[in-house]
Design a protein around this ligand. Structure first.
Ligand code: SAM
Length: 225
């Protein structure tokens, strides 16, 4: 899987021909140097998210779980007109993300809001209702997995029609169907969002399994009707 990623990235995301490769690698190495965990998305997935935002015509995007800003840099560098709001509970992660976003030259288009996302999302909804913000056209959910469904439910409420919502890590090396793992909170968080989205007629959704340099996982992709 890693060899295939290296081969395809070498052609489709070559540092000699793709301008954002350097700032993305610098963001990753700075994040590791500053003690952040190595749990960001990876090149082909960051690019996929950026293309999905582009396909959705999103000029306003939301991310739940900033870490060092790696995915925000993908979204912002591939979509020059996009503005992003990214939610992070950990002040140190937010500080490192700001450094990385500045170095990537996109900090003016990315707003980091520090605090528990479940407290920030209702505030964003109020600001949208008051006409102070527009609805989102693309959302990436990648924070504490036990709250996947709560984040998804909020994301639908504050998204425009035809918006795309992606929930990361819902396959978890296949453990979502392993009986002995059903009490694992990350597994139940993944199953909960899949099962509730399946009954939610505000959206159309699919889960896509993935393999690659970060092993076997998958994401849920939904379109708001
Ligand atoms: N999306 C990031 C990327 O690809 O670069 C990776 C995000 S990382 C997997 C998860 C992040 O969510 C961590 O930085 C963590 O501190 C943050 N987080 C965890 N619980 C949170 C919460 N309740 N509210 C906001 N952020 C949270």
């Amino acid at each position: 899987w890693t060899a295939v990623d290296e081969y395809t990235n070498g052609h489709l995301h070559n540092p000699d021909t793709h301008g954002n490769s350097k700032v993305l690698s610098e963001a990753l190495s700075n994040s590791i140097d500053k003690g952040l965990p190595d749990i960001s998305t990876f090149p082909s997935y960051g690019k996929l998210l950026a293309l999905q935002a582009k396909l959705a015509g999103a000029d306003y995007a939301l991310e739940v779980g900033t870490l060092g800003g790696y995915t925000s840099i993908w979204l912002a560098t591939e979509n020059p007109n996009i503005k992003i709001v990214t939610l992070e509970v950990n002040q140190h992660h937010a500080d490192v993300a700001l450094e990385n976003l500045r170095r990537a030259g996109v900090a003016d288009r990315v707003e980091i809001i520090v605090g528990p996302a479940l407290e920030t999302l209702p505030k964003l909804a109020e600001e949208i209702a008051a006409g102070k913000r527009q609805k989102f056209g693309f959302t990436f959910i990648d924070a504490d997995k036990t709250n996947n469904w709560n984040y998804f439910d909020w994301a639908v409420k504050i998204s425009r029609s035809r918006a795309v919502i992606v929930v990361d890590n819902v396959v978890r090396n296949g453990t979502i169907v392993a009986k002995e793992k059903l009490n694992d909170p990350n597994v139940s968080g993944a199953r909960n969002v899949i099962e509730r989205v399946g009954k939610d007629n505000r959206v159309d959704a699919v889960v896509q399994q993935t393999v690659g340099e970060k092993n076997y996982d998958g994401f849920l992709l939904a379109i708001v009707k």
